[in-house]
Design a protein around this ligand. Structure first.
Ligand code: PGA
Length: 245
């Protein structure tokens, strides 16, 4: 299982480094992924360089360089040692109006620069209640990958139902497992059954120490993308323990 912290716009550099000090002795070589705000990334990469922690970004530009005020490129992330990037998070799609085309271009850039991309897809409450969940997952999946050659080492997929993010209202294990099964099918259509099995599909949306066990026991769930509950070292570590990393 993989556990990925998505810190969103929380933690200064100093707080980030304190967090690493708090978790490192307890990880004992187990993997953890942390997506931190840009200003902390360089210091975090240095601090975790010889550890089992991978540091990544929560977004990046599709462009490698240019006159794009306020943007951060894959080249910049690579040089400081960032290992992965979250792309297509619903907060990016909804608050910052990222389009499916933007997300596809970002995936393309991540692949070309060898940065692991964690690509988020998921339906809104309205779409779920309208029976659109599978259609939305298919549309977002196909838009993000189109005809790209994707491999499990370069792409992870996160199923994040929008209504479960930051709301305290997680999906049930069964809902998540259904959606994951469907994403697995989409992967099979794209890369064939054998390769599809090697992809990691994360669940994200109000994962916490109290509910992670329910998801961890479900088929097709390969790990977690954790927002709120990843901010506190004790809670993050208990999720890692419960997930059996
Ligand atoms: P949450 O966020 O765990 O706070 O619901 C998850 C995410 O947005 O990745």
């Amino acid at each position: 299982m993989k556990v990925v912290a998505n810190w969103k716009m929380y933690k200064t550099e100093k707080e980030s480094l304190q967090f690493i000090d708090a978790i490192l002795p307890h990880l004992q070589g187990r993997e953890a992924y942390i997506a931190a705000p840009y200003p902390s990334l360089s210091a975090l990469c240095k601090k975790t360089a010889n550890s089992s922690i991978s540091i990544g970004a929560q977004n990046m530009s599709q462009h490698l360089e240019g006159a794009y005020t306020g943007e951060v490129s894959a080249l910049m992330l690579k040089e400081i040692g960032a290992k992965f990037v979250i792309l297509g998070h619903s907060e990016r799609r909804h608050f910052f109006k990222e389009s499916e085309k933007d997300i596809f271009e970002k995936v393309l850039t991540a692949l070309s620069q060898n940065i692991l991309a964690i690509v988020c897809i998921g339906e809104t409450l309205e779409e779920r209640e309208g029976g659109q969940t599978k259609a939305v997952l298919r549309r977002q999946f196909e838009a993000a990958f189109q005809k790209l050659e994707i491999s499990p080492k370069k792409i992870m997929i996160a199923y994040e139902p929008v209504w479960a993010i930051g709301t305290g209202r997680a999906a049930t294990g069964e809902m998540a497992s259904d959606a994951h099964g469907y994403i697995q099918r989409l992967l099979e259509e794209m890369v064939g059954k054998n390769l599809a099995q090697s992809f990691t599909i994360l669940y994200g949306g109000s994962v916490k120490p109290e509910n992670v066990g329910e998801f961890a026991s479900m088929e097709n769930i390969g790990g977690f993308l954790v927002g709120g509950a990843s901010l506190d070292p004790t809670s993050f570590l208990s999720i890692i323990n419960a997930a059996g990393v």
